[in-house]
Design a protein. Structure first.
Lengths: 169, 276
């Protein structure tokens, strides 16, 4: 997948993320699709490109959402970079491994987000940040990856998936 | 990037990261102004967001239809009963309201009741992208007379205040956002406190700094106090779910359940003027 196409995908995802995704929220928590894209991209492409495209996706999100500039860029870069470590070490054809990696990368990137929040003087109690935001988001992200990973993997490699492949854990 | 040696690119990356962190820290208090680029992006995206939101509502309605149908008849009976009770209350309320206006005019008292304000209705076209903040983008902006720091409500209660305005959109900081603080009162015993958001996505809201001798009971109603100039007095915020002692030991914190369902925020009213 070309980087430009990746960014276009991020833009479309962003619009979904701020609108229709609210109807998928469980107790108000929704998955972070852009973060998932950054993580899967890092997993399939390695640390360097993972970090770079994570950073670009984050910058795009910062531009669109108009909050603290750089907040999403840095956290998504961390996620893409961390996920890149899995490229040569983890088995790529298994969606459970991808979901596990997503869980770990989401937790770390959200922890970075938390630290950056402190830097801009937004204080959330640690326990509440973990129980209300970081862990629920990580589980929800992992769940989404469990469902979409096969599609995304084959979409990136090109060509349709084999028969019955989507329902084989 | 591949032309650079790993060492150089790492160096470059560190510089970028440091610049961003410093920039973020310095501009932390200044997010209530959008750059021209951001406001253009927002104006362009808002119609698209609106279409996707409407489609989302339709799909969600369609999917949940059987579940809602199942409960609707029982609910209907309850509602009919309530209507009778409320109609009786309403007629009394109208009497009191008329009396209130009359007396206030006699006293030359500036009014502060929600029913007596000018509002501008708007639709929510977008929400925050993450689970940390509580933000809503609405489809009316400065072209409709909306300005920064106007209070935003629904008929159920307080939603938040306007922070950024573009020509045709406005950003609303919800009371669930950790950056939000609203001066409030316990309606029953008039104890003052500040209602703060905890984490945007979950919609958890706490009322902090309530003095210990005026601890509210479970089920007490919280309304805005009107201190400060942003929120008019008497807008309902939520009910008390429970209280606990704060770390300092001098105050109590109450956990609230808001009257507004922030997960289903579709239409809001912006208070444009509090003068009758």
């Amino acid at each position: 997948m070309q980087p430009l196409f990746f960014l276009l995908l991020v833009l479309v995802t962003l619009i979904l993320q701020t609108t229709a995704l609210d109807y998928m929220a469980i107790y108000g928590v929704k998955p972070d699709l852009v973060l998932i894209l950054a993580i899967l991209n890092g997993f399939l492409r390695g640390t360097r490109e993972g970090a770079f495209l994570g950073f670009s996706a984050g910058i795009l999100q910062d531009l669109v959402s108009g909050g603290y500039f750089g907040l999403n860029a840095l956290t998504k870069m961390v996620a893409g970079y961390l996920a890149g470590f899995g490229k040569d070490r983890l088995y790529r054809d298994n969606r459970v491994i991808a979901a596990g990696l997503t869980w770990v990368c989401t937790v770390w990137s959200q922890l970075v987000f938390y630290i950056l929040l402190l830097l801009v003087n937004v204080s959330v109690p640690v326990v509440k940040a973990l129980t209300y935001v970081i862990l629920p988001t990580a589980f929800y992200n992992a769940l989404v990856v469990l469902v979409i990973y096969a599609y995304y993997y084959h979409f990136c490699r090109g060509g349709p998936p084999g028969k019955g492949e989507y329902f084989n854990p | 990037m591949s032309r650079l040696s790993p060492r150089k690119s790492f160096f470059l990356l560190s510089i970028v990261v440091v610049i961003i962190i410093v920039g973020m820290h310095l501009s932390a208090g200044n997010t209530y102004k959008l750059t021209p680029l951001e406001s253009t992006i927002r104006d362009v995206l808002s119609p698209v967001q609106r279409v996707v939101t409407v489609v989302g509502v339709k799909i969600s309605d369609f999917v949940t239809f059987p579940v809602r149908l199942y409960k609707v008849s029982e609910h209907n009976r309850q509602l009919e009963q309530q209507v009778v009770e409320l109609e009786e209350k309403l007629s009394r309320y109208n009497e009191i309201r008329a009396e209130n206006i009359r007396l206030k005019e006699q006293l030359a008292f500036k009014t502060s009741l929600v029913g007596q304000m000018k509002t501008e209705s708007a639709e929510v076209v977008g929400r925050e992208a993450d689970n940390w903040f509580g933000i809503a983008i609405i489809n009316k902006g400065s072209a409709s007379g909306i300005r920064q720091d106007m209070a935003v409500i629904t008929p159920a209660g307080l939603v938040g205040r306007v922070t950024n305005v573009t020509d045709h959109t406005a950003e609303v900081l919800l009371i669930t956002d950790p950056r939000s603080g609203v001066g409030c009162l316990v309606q029953e015993n008039r104890a003052p406190g500040i209602v703060e958001g905890v984490a945007g996505g979950r919609g958890v809201v706490n009322m902090v700094h309530i003095s210990s001798d005026l601890t509210p009971k479970k089920g007490n109603r919280i309304v805005t106090s009107g201190y400060g100039s942003v929120f008019p007095k008497g807008i309902p915020v939520g009910t008390v779910q429970g209280t606990r002692r704060e770390e300092s030991g001098m105050f109590k914190t109450a956990v609230l359940e808001t009257f507004v369902d922030f997960n289903r925020l579709e239409e809001v009213l912006v208070i444009t003027s509090t003068n009758l």
